[in-house]
Write a protein that binds this ligand. Sequence first.
Ligand SMILES: Cc1cc2nc3c(=O)[nH]c(=O)nc-3n(C[C@H](O)[C@H](O)[C@H](O)COP(=O)(O)O)c2cc1C
Length: 346
Amino acid sequence: MGTIQTDITRLLGIQTPIVLAPMAGVSGGALASEVALAGGFGFLAPVYTGVEKFRDEFAIVRSTLGLPSGPLPIGAGFLGWKLEEAGGRHIPLLELALENGVRAIWLSFGEDLGRWIELVRNHDQKTGKSPKTLVFLQVNSVDEALFAVQAWKVDVLVAQGIESGGHGSASAPPVLNLVPEVLSALPPSGAPPVLAAGGLSSGGHLAAFLTLGAAGAVVGTRFLVAEESQYPEVHKRAIIAAKTGSTVRSYVFDQLRDTTGWPAGVDGRGLAIPALAAVERGSDIAQIKEEVAEGTKRGDPSSVIAWAGTGVGPLSRLQPAKDIVRELHEAAVAHLKASSVLVGNV
Ligand SMILES: Cc1cc2nc3c(=O)[nH]c(=O)nc-3n(C[C@H](O)[C@H](O)[C@H](O)COP(=O)(O)O)c2cc1C
């Protein structure tokens, strides 16, 4: 496989600048490990139902990677607002990831993210961990990026655009605007690598963002249809059937699933379903909720709430995660080479 070297491949010691997003209910031990084995970097995400399930995912990572003990070449991603819930019942999930010696912690969507960054750094200091745990922070605006760099000195910025699957700021700019603006606002030297996230589902997308100056791409939706993804089968089928333009952003998805509680201004992108339009037209939400719950139980694809980004169009089949990484990488290399040929011929 041709190589692509960027600040993120050097920082993480990986072969290709492809990062699997930590997706709750999707990114388990098998998916994160296979992405790592293919030369990318994988994040696990907990499902916030208790520490045992997350412990099992780490066991899968250790057995898949053949690393029964010691540090792990994967990361774990956490929703700040979940860690911040009263009583701190989800904090043990973060502690478990740190005990497992993950290479990176990813944080997003919280009111007090500085607290979790401090917890990570204190853990490293107490244990003398070397190399230190890298902190990835997902941001949706230039101001958030600058604050993360100046106040928290994060190691990697993930610039998440409005195209992203799952949750994000309802007012995030398109990733094509956000990434260049973040890059030009950062100091010319010493700034952390910036990864682009949102709607990136092909090697051409990766190549485009590398040429814009991003250090790599965070890929979520494309991995929903990996064989190792934990997304339910009916969700996978709905994603495969979806076309470009099938996704919408809305606060209503969370109302229908009873998963409200996100920080103000955060909504989610998923496949449009008739229930969404019905609520927006003013139908009784309690009744629609029941219908969605029943339809989901029956496995009716027009009822399930499937988070997905704008890059769903080209996804046409289930694939092993390794093949997805390889395809994205090879196509990006081909695009980068083709573009340099064009420059040479001008
Ligand atoms: C099903 C799903 C679950 C997600 N869960 C999380 C999560 O738990 N934490 C998080 O920071 N981002 C989460 N995201 C957003 C991803 O981190 C990432 O920004 C997004 O997937 C990138 O856009 P793409 O899906 O268009 O590739 C999720 C995305 C999806 C599609």
